[in-house]
Ligand binder design. Structure first.
Ligand SMILES: C[S@@+](CC[C@H](N)C(=O)[O-])C[C@H]1O[C@@H](n2cnc3c(N)ncnc32)[C@H](O)[C@@H]1O
Length: 276
């Protein structure tokens, strides 16, 4: 494939396509990223340039290729027990409070949104398994969703590299819940089967099954969106939460300056939001 600097016209086409499909905003300073992420796809299709890939994207029946391009432009950075504080708050305060508040229903609904390769939801699953045996007789629903079908396949498989394991997973949990598979580590079926994976695009109406959530993790994804998109997503997330439910955002994300009805709360160093 010929190495070329991405033409502004090509960048604009891809930026619009990605924004329309995912709401991810690509600034023109990200042209290098478009080039480096799309060149392998063009090569795979036997195309010489990204310009030719764009021509292919305009052909009928190019949905599969479009999905591939959008997938490639997502950033899937994640790790086990990322930023630790939310998980500490779940363990010390939030899940114990919910166990009391939901004692008559014995139902707990947790949603890990924009879950990437699954480390976040599996961290929650292991935390529940380790610390709350009393939830054994409850209906605990752990939903994990992402826009990218490719990353969801990885998440479902529950197979992680040594580097991924080294990032945040405590050794005792690794020994207890993972087994070696070649040079990788596979999470056991007991934990994997606790999670229901779904493809959900945050900019589309949420499936009706996504409601009455007690805890929603929506971390490190709002950063990619415009203020209007953030407000629209948070308004629908609020509707999916129970009135006393908990929302966690990423460390650099906030509801400040957005038209949404959430109240900021704090337990130790963990910041969370509740409907108001
Ligand atoms: C940086 S990862 C965050 C992973 C995890 N939440 C965490 O904090 O570690 C961002 C994820 O958001 C997903 N994403 C981007 N746009 C999305 C959209 N419109 N709807 C759903 N997921 C989206 C990407 O596919 C990616 O897996």
């Amino acid at each position: 494939m010929t190495t070329t600097v991405l033409e502004p016209r090509s960048f604009d086409y891809i930026a619009k396509l990605v924004r329309d499909r995912s709401a991810i905003v690509l600034e023109s300073s990200k042209a290098y990223l478009v080039e480096s992420r799309l060149s392998p796809i063009a090569r795979e299709c036997g195309l010489e340039t990204i310009g030719k890939l764009i021509e292919k994207l305009q052909e009928p029946n190019s949905q599969g290729l479009t999905q591939k391009v959008v997938d490639a432009m997502t950033t899937n950075e994640t790790s086990f027990f990322r930023d630790l504080h939310p998980f500490q708050a779940l363990k010390t305060d939030i899940i114990p409070s919910l166990i009391k508040a939901r004692a008559s229903e014995r139902v707990l609904n947790i949603w890990s949104n924009a879950c990437s390769s699954g480390q976040e939801v599996y961290s929650i699953a292991m935390l529940i398994k380790e610390n709350f045996p009393e939830l054994g007789g409850w209906k605990v629903r752990l939903v994990a969703s992402d826009l990218s079908t490719k990353i969801l396949e990885r998440a479902k498989a529950g197979v992680f590299t040594q580097t991924e394991i080294n990032r945040g997973l405590p050794m005792p949990l690794m020994l207890k819940y993972f087994s070696k598979q070649g040079i990788q580590w596979k999470l056991n079926d007991e934990i994997r089967s606790m999670v229901e994976f779904r493809t959900i695009n945050l900019i589309e109406t949420f499936p009706t099954a996504i409601s009455q959530m007690d805890i929603v993790f929506l971390r490190n994804v709002l950063i990619y969106f415009s203020p209007e998109t953030k407000s629209s997503i948070l308004t629908r997330i609020r509707a999916s939460l129970r009135s006393d439910g908990y929302l966690f955002l990423g460390g650099s994300e906030t509801t400040m300056n957005l038209k949404v009805k959430f109240e900021k709360q704090q337990i130790g160093n963990a910041v969370y939001y509740q409907p108001c």
